[in-house]
Design a protein around this ligand. Structure first.
Ligand SMILES: [Zn+2]
Length: 199
């Protein structure tokens, strides 16, 4: 009984050693977080195409683990008239941003854009009225034009895009970040008439 047992132990040790060597060979740099491309598409961004490019540059400057580039359609930038800007995240780094043209006449279009992209990059809303916080959105008022994430917001995105936590960010739709413009509310109250007027 001893002999088979000893050989089993030796075999186990040998297998473990080989597995360890194999693991090192497969993962040459396990400690570093991978930079991930977030490919965005501005073909349907209309007047906000350049705003999207500026917002992508801001996120690239403020983070280490993502690289936003026009390399595909993980993220589609679109726009509409009325109803509010929003982000529709299907998974971390994937989804759609819709900019409300009317709202962007009152609030900074660039701040709206970087905020909504922030949702796609994993950030929740934080309506604390603080203009220094990007995810405070419209709660900071129309005078707030800050389009930059705070260091805490940027760090959060970097950690979400770290190699271990990517699957932890669920699909979600973020609406209501920006109070509707007064004209939009008026149109809603009598949308039948305004629809005729704008048709
Ligand atoms: Zn929001």
């Amino acid at each position: 009984m001893r002999k088979p047992k000893l050989s089993r132990i030796l075999a186990t040790l040998a297998a473990a050693t080989l597995a360890a060597l194999g693991a090192v060979a497969v993962n040459p740099a396990p400690a570093s977080a991978a930079v991930r491309n977030v490919c965005y598409n501005i073909s349907q961004a209309g007047p906000f195409a350049n705003t999207a490019v500026q917002a992508a540059a801001i996120w690239n400057n403020y983070t280490n683990n993502i690289n936003m580039a026009q390399c595909g359609s993980n993220l589609r930038i679109t726009y509409t008239y009325g109803g509010g800007s929003y982000a529709q995240r299907t998974s971390l780094g994937n989804g759609r941003v819709v900019i409300d043209y009317n709202q962007a006449q009152q609030y900074s279009a660039l701040r709206i854009m970087t905020h909504e992209i922030g949702h796609i990059l994993g950030l929740p809303d934080n309506y604390n009225g603080n203009c220094a916080i990007l995810m405070s959105g419209g709660s900071a008022g129309t005078s707030c034009t800050n389009p930059y994430p705070s260091s805490a917001e940027a760090s959060r995105v970097d950690s979400l895009f770290g190699f271990a936590a990517r699957s932890a960010t669920p699909a979600q739709v973020f609406t209501g970040s920006w109070p509707a413009a007064a004209t939009v509310g008026a149109q809603r109250l009598s949308h039948g008439r305004s629809r005729d007027a704008t048709a």
